[in-house]
Ligand binder design. Structure first.
Ligand code: HEM
Length: 493
């Protein structure tokens, strides 16, 4: 009989655990530790928190998806959840709170394929605005991408049309994101690790964190009311734009239902803006580095639509190579290398591992998407690896697959020969279990649409004389971005 033990991992130091060893790209370090300890599941401490990292496809599927009811909570951030009053936000709410299920149902419904069909014209119009600004000022492409993502999600969430520049709603949303970033900064707030200090009175000299939390709570509260109250005002008029918020408010207007709609809509900008921009920036930069891929994708579009035309939203699903290219961008440059942390709500045993209640469980999505036995030559950018099964809606592995799902069979840590090569990266890069990204379908359509417009209308290349080509590097953070380098973007007449 094997001993059941906590997964192996580095010991770290007494007080801080491994905190000081964390590098710019923790996902790479975790993958190295998994190799070192010969175990896809590793564990260590950061301060007094036990962290468990799952580094391979099998453990992620078996644990986070198949045991989703146990593993879909979030670790508690006392500063953000309690002191700043954000424990009810979609991203942070406890899976044990009955609102969690309500948010998810609302988001699934409001962002379903059917709901998104209502937004096709909106997506199309915003894509045209994007193309126009790209023609005017191609060098500031990231700015145009940001604006496009914000415009789309603000219309969908609130029926709100962005003003030309320095939009007040975007300012509000960015201000909230900034405060949230500070309040969630790991290791910054003693109360996150020793929650007992929250009982210290606010006036105490040592209790600066409490005064700060209080200030941020008030700010965040009033910021989140701005767009919601705006929609309610619109609804008093005979004609207003139908959107996520009005759709649900019209049906049920009691105070609790309204609060749920407000929080759910509030999660949309946070979820959609930076992620979409990250994927599309990677796409544009990768096109400069891979002219052959760009030409193949352009040829497919020309063959499908004819010269000078571009695909409509409904055409997107017929473009095999474009879909394969989208998947390869998600795989090669994951927007979210370690998804968001989960928390296990009770003691659990997986194989010979003991996983203690309250551990923070992290999926190393990056390690899975760069596993050489799963994706041969993982550091090569090769959309062709997905060409055979690239279509949206087909062959789309969903979470909570049955026990004998193909996707759970492989692990590079065991000698399993029945491997499905190049599995669909969408099953990993959008997260896991009952926390899987509810905006996945909208993300797909809006990203594919902008990709298709860029390919139809522009040629992206490295500036003349740049040799050798720049190396792709990524920033760390909750959303990862390719570090930008200069590219030339020319309008194809
Ligand atoms: C390329 C685009 C996107 C990527 C890669 C992405 C990825 C993710 C990931 C990894 C998570 C965390 C899952 C977990 O904890 O296991 C997440 C959560 C979430 N995403 Fe996305 N996302 C994208 C676009 C969007 C869009 C367009 C929306 C909204 C329309 C959205 C809304 C959300 C929300 C509300 C959550 C929180 C879910 C929860 O905690 O229950 N995302 N996303």
């Amino acid at each position: 009989d094997k001993w059941i033990r906590v997964p192996p991992g580095p010991k770290g130091t007494f007080f801080t655990g491994i905190k000081d060893q964390l590098t710019q790209s923790p996902w790479k370090l975790y993958a190295q530790w998994a190799e070192h300890y010969q175990s896809p599941i590793i564990s260590f401490w950061i301060y007094n928190r036990r962290i468990i990292v799952l580094n391979d496809q099998k453990s992620v599927r078996d644990i986070l998806d198949k045991r989703a009811p146990l593993y879909s909570d979030r670790p508690k951030s006392w500063m953000y959840h309690e002191l700043c009053g954000r424990g009810k936000s979609v991203f942070n709410i406890s899976s044990l709170d009955k609102r969690h299920g309500k948010y998810r149902r609302l988001l699934q419904h409001g962002l379903s394929g059917r709901a998104i069909r209502e937004y096709h014209d909106l997506l199309d119009n915003e894509a045209n605005v994007f193309v126009e600004s790209m023609i005017q000022e191609p060098d500031t492409f990231q700015h145009h991408l940001r604006r496009n993502a914000a415009a789309v999600i603000m219309k969908i969430a609130y029926g709100y049309t962005l003003t030309e520049n320095d939009d007040p709603f975007i300012r509000v949303a960015e201000e909230s994101a900034k405060i949230s970033g500070w309040a969630l900064a790991p290791g910054r707030w003693i109360v996150d690790y020793y929650p007992i200090v929250r009982f210290i009175p606010s006036w105490f000299p040592f209790a600066q964190f409490k005064r700060q939390g209080d200030k941020w709570r008030k700010q965040l509260e009033s910021l989140s009311d701005v767009p919601h109250n705006w929609v309610k005002k619109q609804m008093e008029q005979p004609s207003y734009m139908e959107c996520f918020t009005t759709h649900f408010l019209r049906r049920n207007a009691d105070a609790e239902a309204e609060d749920i709609v407000k929080w759910a809509a509030g999660g949309l900008y946070a979820g959609a803006s930076d992620t979409t921009v990250s994927a599309l920036t990677s796409f544009i930069l990768l096109m400069a580095l891979h002219p052959d891929v760009q030409e193949t994708a352009q040829r497919e579009i020309t063959d499908f639509c004819g010269t000078g035309k571009y695909p409509s939203v409904t055409d997107l699903q017929s473009l095999h190579y474009l879909n394969a290219l989208f998947k390869e961008v998600l795989r090669y440059a994951p927007v979210s290398n370690i998804a968001l942390p989960h928390r296990v709500i009770q003691d659990d045993v997986y194989q010979s591992h003991f996983i203690p209640k309250d551990s923070t469980v992290i999926a190393n999505t990056w390690a899975i998407l760069h596993d050489p036995a799963l994706y041969p030559e993982p550091f090569e950018f090769k959309p062709s690896r997905f060409v055979d099964n690239a279509l949206i809606g087909q062959h789309q592995p969903r979470h909570g697959d049955s026990e004998d799902s193909k996707h759970s069979k492989y692990s590079k840590y065991s000698d399993n020969s029945d491997i499905e090569l190049n599995p669909d990266p969408r099953a990993y890069c959008f997260g896991y279990g009952r926390r899987t990204c509810p905006g996945m379908q909208l993300a797909e359509i809006s990203i594919l649409l902008i990709m298709s417009r860029v390919l139809s209308k522009f040629k992206v290349s490295l500036p003349v004389g740049v040799d050798p080509a720049p190396h792709i590097e990524f920033t760390s953070g909750i959303t990862s971005h390719v570090k930008p380098f200069d590219v030339d973007i020319i309008h194809r007449q």
